[in-house]
Design a protein around this ligand. Structure first.
Ligand code: FAD
Length: 552
């Protein structure tokens, strides 16, 4: 397979040669470095590459070029290289223009010239951009092969698990792909065996459970030590932050995650309000960085294990796994977050994973190319998904129950949705039924404003209608409100709830009604339900774990 391309565009031959030289030195083994000296030449190169099906990973263009500026070029380049990362090389005077281009044309980064020394000024940015690009194109380095039905929930879950755990895989649809059929025959696979997961130099897994899949891939699925200082339930932003702060401050730390690290944030196509990332960053990027930090500080991560209960054994808090197994620790941080509410529409549950999805996996969005996509929801998560999917889909229809988005969605998203050519918003509208034989084929839309019902053909429905806390596993001792959110700190001492707190000392902030058990992030009553606040609470929980450990 030919290497992906990095295209550099600069009208000054000396500068062009210097950029190409620096890029080749670091990336030449994995990427072809191609040069162009004008916008029009660059567009012609891109058209040739598109015809050859050679992917373009990055375009680095100078802003100040005669005839066509760098921004004008990048805007047009999207047609030929839809998934390429865009880097603009600018002079200081063009900084404002570059910042505007972040919103206007989806510029990924700008660099002030000169970029010397490249180790400090060019490579860190380029490493990030190419890292993002190659994670979003796992096929290129694929090792694991998955053979299954496009419209099977188990196949979908398997792909989600691999993608969210950053395991590169190649997908074969057994119905439409000759290679998929050949692999199925070679393995003698019956329909119940699908999806098949073929691991290089390993066994062939037949419709494996998540735990079997994780074990076969060599992911850690059980704890190493008999006792930890702190065990963290849930590997979303709150849990990952708690793990980083716990381990970096000397506590023996283990984190248990039932699916893949990242939690809800890991499913976000673009988080734009997280401090320090003016261009925004994808949930998968944030997760990958956090996971690297967790392992760098030596916290253990146990995957594909669902925490299903916990017990107090004197000073020890034991976390019990679904099935068998447990972890003992001197303190516990509950960071199991929230899960999506189910849409109440007839026929929808049978089509879950067969065209109907809760949330959206950013990496899979490009598979919707050329289709109509329906999204239900009115909060920021639905707005982000609409904008992200609109880059690939022919048309996106956002189905909103209210008469406006103003009360539920940030203004910047509303403005971008209004400006998008291929997004329609259906206000005062509900999806009331879904149907299809084996996969989603039709939706029923009920317009409460007009009092009409309409059936529309549809293959894709993504649902973002809020979530409920995942706290059932905590049992009766951990006090929660009637919706299941965990009470912590001062909330435990409110007059009607004080009966929950057993000690003479007041509870630490984030401490639950069981001393030594803390809650952080979306599971906590009155938490802010944002990435930054979840991260903040995860970090803060460790401060209180230290204070608690000093009392026992
Ligand atoms: C699509 C989408 C887009 C979003 N975009 C933004 C945004 O742009 N900006 C922003 O600030 N916020 C955004 N949010 C909200 C933000 O993602 C959440 O507030 C944040 O992820 C909460 O973090 P958390 O760690 O508390 O919980 P979660 O993210 O819910 O993580 C909980 C983790 O616990 C695991 N878990 C649950 N139960 C168990 C169990 N029994 N055993 C083991 N593990 C378990 C889950 O698998 C999950 O990984 C978005 C949310 C969604 C869904």
């Amino acid at each position: 397979m030919s290497k992906p391309v990095i295209l550099t565009v600069d009208d000054d031959p000396a500068v062009s040669a210097a950029v190409a030289r620096d890029l080749r030195r670091r990336y030449g083994a994995d990427y072809s470095i191609v040069r162009a000296t004008s916008g029009s030449e660059a567009l012609a190169v891109l058209a040739r590459l598109a015809l050859r099906d050679q992917p373009v990973a990055l375009i680095a263009a100078d802003q100040r070029m005669p005839q066509m500026t760098g921004i004008e070029l990048l805007e047009q380049a999207r047609t030929h290289a839809p998934s390429a990362k865009f880097l603009l090389l600018t002079a200081y005077a063009d900084t404002d223009v570059a910042i505007r281009a972040i919103n206007d044309i989806g510029l990924d980064h700008y660099l002030l010239k000169p970029w010397d020394p490249p180790e400090e000024r060019l490579y860190p940015v380029t490493d990030d951009l190419l890292g993002d690009w190659s994670r979003a194109h796992p096929d290129r380095a694929a090792d694991v092969r998955v053979v299954g039905h496009q419209w099977s929930e188990r196949s979908h879950e398997t792909k989600m698990f691999l993608a969210r755990n950053y395991v590169p895989y190649r997908w074969y649809d057994v119905e439409t792909d000759e290679e998929g059929q050949r692999l199925g025959q070679l393995a003698g696979a019956a329909p119940a065996d699908l999806p098949l997961v073929l691991i290089p130099d390993g066994e062939t897994l037949r419709s494996p459970s998540t735990l079997d899949l994780a074990s076969a891939l060599g992911l850690r699925t059980s704890a190493r030590q008999p006792l930890y200082d702190v065990c963290i339930g849930g590997g979303g932003p709150a849990g990952l932050a708690a793990a980083v702060y716990g381990a970096s401050e000397g506590l023996s730390t283990v984190i248990v995650e039932r699916e893949a690290p990242g939690g809800q944030a890991g499913e976000s196509a673009s988080i734009e309000n997280y401090l320090g990332f003016p261009r925004g960053l994808s949930g998968s990027d944030l997760t990958q960085r956090a996971v690297a930090q967790v392992s760098r500080f030596g916290a253990e991560m146990v995957l594909a294990r669902t925490v299903s209960g916990f017990e107090t054994r004197g000073p020890v808090r034991a976390v019990l796994f679904d099935g068998s197994g447990e972890i003992e620790a001197r303190s516990l941080v509950v960071a199991t977050g929230m899960s999506y509410r189910r849409l109440n529409a007839s026929g929808i549950d049978a089509l879950n994973g067969r065209g109907v999805y809760y949330g959206v996996n950013a990496g899979e969005a490009s598979q919707r190319a050329g289709d109509d996509v329906y999204i239900v929801g009115a909060a920021n998560s639905a707005g982000q998904a609409a904008l992200h999917l609109a880059r690939f889909a022919k048309r996106v229809v956002l189905v909103v129950r209210a008469a406006t988005l103003d009360a539920t969605m940030s203004q910047y998203l509303i403005a971008r949705i209004a400006a998008a050519q291929n997004i329609d918003v259906r206000y005062r509208c509900d999806v009331t039924a879904a149907s299809g034989s084996g996969r989603l084929e039709q939706l029923t839309l009920t317009d409460s404003g007009a009092g009409t019902t309409e059936e529309v053909p549809a293959s894709w429905l993504f649902i973002f209608i809020g979530a409920a806390p995942r706290t059932d596993w905590l049992g009766p001792d951990v006090a929660r409100n009637d919706q299941g959110f965990v009470l912590t700190g001062p909330d435990l001492l409110a007059s009607d709830r004080s009966a929950h707190w057993p000690l003479a000392r007041t509870p630490f902030a984030l401490e639950t009604s069981v001393p030594g058990v803390f809650a952080a992030g979306d599971v906590r009553l009155d938490s802010m339900k944002r990435v930054a606040s979840a991260v903040g609470e995860g970090a803060m929980s460790i401060y209180h774990v230290h204070r608690y450990l000093a009392t026992i």
